[in-house]
Design a protein around this ligand. Structure first.
Ligand code: AMP
Ligand code: MG
Length: 488
């Protein structure tokens, strides 16, 4: 659904600013497929007009004409503090193709740009492109990235960089911040239109219920509770979980200073600017819950259409209190699968947590630790399990392996069958920061080959891909401390 609310308080007509001498940096064939875009033998759109469209230099291609590009208004909480009106400061919504909204990120100044230049740099565009598509391949709900288009146009950040435009797709880019926007304007009519639009196009199951708005709230809470459990299960840190970066569809959106954890630290902070660690790994579930409380507050006027103030709050609270339960269920299910467990045992949570504790204490690599669990057989001898080598605290992992082997033995599951299933849930390849960094540095020298290789590897994250084995390795010591901040 291309955002259908019109009017100054909802959006502003915004044509993209042309990008000088644009060129292809990357394109995702499967994202192209989503919108029926045909690629030629060089994996580029058969119709060259797409380059200009995705750079923001024209609004027409094939039979498609985007006659009403907009930037939308939203408000929200940033780092826990009410930030007032924000809005698409550098993303322009072109319109919709085959049920996918298409946005150009970095396409120039909008009404909501405030101090910024409305541009995105090549570095952050490549990171968003690779990570969106990698998350999709991991089976994690996300906005998709169609392309990155580069240019030699200079953009000032901490140093001078060049501009790029990342085009992204999602059935809707509505955020919690869109609700907070109309709530803060005390415009209940607009709030209602927004909620009805979301229900009509994305949550039709809420329509014929007794309390459609409450059901909408439940559905949004549920999809985001599941989403954050998925992040925890792959060691993904979003970095900026402000309420304007939380999707109403439960998608991962707004890739900025995100990171996949290498050496596991439960309180890992991926965003260099997040000094207090508000968005640290272990806080993500709580923060998502906090964002749902922001949504609940914004939705009170909708509930008050049919209920008293106290009733409205009680109803929303009754849904909110399910969030930790839903999250815990999803988390347990995901981590059980990661451990190759099919049945449920009352000690499983303890087993999972003690592995995470041992990993934390030994700074074990998140992705390769889980991946290597599938090599363990029910009758393995602890001393022969290679995983031990990744742990400085040997006695701790040996104790854990002892408990784990007993647990595996409690299930009538064939080792080989379990191994196959585990390797479909514990990825071998994730977008480690150092891999992205190498690809970015080459791209900054106009060599996009590493972006293409990473894209290919991360499109099949569960496959062995023996020729790319080194891409599954933890970063070398000198690349363990790459810093990523909000400046993008
Ligand atoms: P983010 O942290 O990327 O989610 O951005 C937070 C807010 O700042 C959003 O409203 C963005 O649109 C805006 N913003 C970020 N970068 C820029 C930029 N280069 N120019 C204008 N606005 C920006
Ligand atoms: Mg944002």
């Amino acid at each position: 659904m291309a955002y259908t609310l019109r009017g100054d308080d909802a959006c502003q007509p915004t044509p993209p600013t042309p990008l000088p001498l644009p060129y292809w940096v990357a394109i995702s064939p499967s994202a192209a497929n989503l919108i029926g875009l045909e690629l030629n033998s060089s994996k580029l759109p058969a119709d060259e007009a797409w380059l200009d469209l995705l750079a923001g230099n024209c609004l027409k291609v094939d039979q498609i004409h985007f006659d009403h590009p907009v930037a939308t208004a939203y408000s929200g909480h940033q780092f826990g503090v009410w930030a007032g009106q924000l809005g698409d400061g550098r993303a322009i919504l072109l319109g919709e193709i085959q049920g996918q909204e298409i946005q150009l990120k970095g396409a120039g100044i909008t009404h909501y740009s405030r101090m910024g230049d409305g541009r995105a740099v090549l570095r952050s565009s490549i990171r968003e492109f690779l990570c969106s598509e990698a998350m999709h391949s991991l089976g994690i709900p996300t906005s998709r990235a169609l392309s990155v288009i580069g240019s030699k146009q200079s953009v000032r950040r901490e140093k001078m960089e060049t501009a790029a435009v990342c085009s992204r797709l999602a059935p809707s880019f509505i955020r919690i911040g869109h609700f907070e926007h109309f709530a803060s304007l005390q415009n209940s009519a607009r709030l209602k239109e927004l909620a009805e639009m979301l229900i009509k196009y994305h949550y039709p199951q809420c329509l014929n219920t007794k309390e459609p708005f409450l059901e909408l709230f439940r559905a949004i809470c549920s999809s985001n509770a599941k989403l954050v459990a998925h992040w925890q299960a792959v060691g993904f840190c979003h970095g900026v979980l402000n309420s304007d970066n939380i999707s109403a569809l439960g998608l991962t959106i707004d890739y900025g200073p995100f990171g996949f954890i290498d050496q596991f630290q439960i309180d890992h902070i991926c965003n260099h600017s997040d000094h207090a660690g508000r968005y640290a790994y272990h806080r993500q579930p709580q923060i998502m819950y906090w964002n749902m409380t922001c949504l609940a507050s914004a939705m009170i006027p909708l509930m008050e259409i049919d209920h008293s103030e106290e009733e409205s709050q009680a109803l929303l609270n009754s849904v909110l209190k399910d969030f930790p339960i839903l999250y815990a269920q999803e988390w347990q299910q995901l981590f059980r699968s990661k451990l190759g467990l099919r049945s449920e045992d009352e000690n499983d949570v303890k087993l999972i947590e003690s592995l995470l504790q041992a990993m934390h204490n030994s700074k074990a690599d998140f992705t390769s630790t889980f991946r290597s669990l599938s090599e363990i057989k029910k009758d393995s001898k602890i001393q022969e399990i290679r995983l031990r080598d990744q742990f400085i605290h040997r006695e701790q992992i040996e104790q854990w392996l002892h408990d784990y082997l007993l647990r595996l033995q409690s299930e009538a599951r064939d080792d080989q069958e379990r191994k196959v299933a585990m390797n479909l849930t514990n990825p071998k390849y994730v977008l480690r920061n150092h891999l992205a960094q190498v690809a970015i540095e080459k791209a900054q020298q106009d060599d996009f080959s590493e972006v293409a290789i990473l894209f290919k590897i991360l499109s099949n994250p569960f496959d062995e891909q023996a020729q790319y084995e080194s891409y599954s390795h933890p970063p070398p010591p000198e690349m363990q401390t790459i810093e990523v901040s909000c400046s993008s």
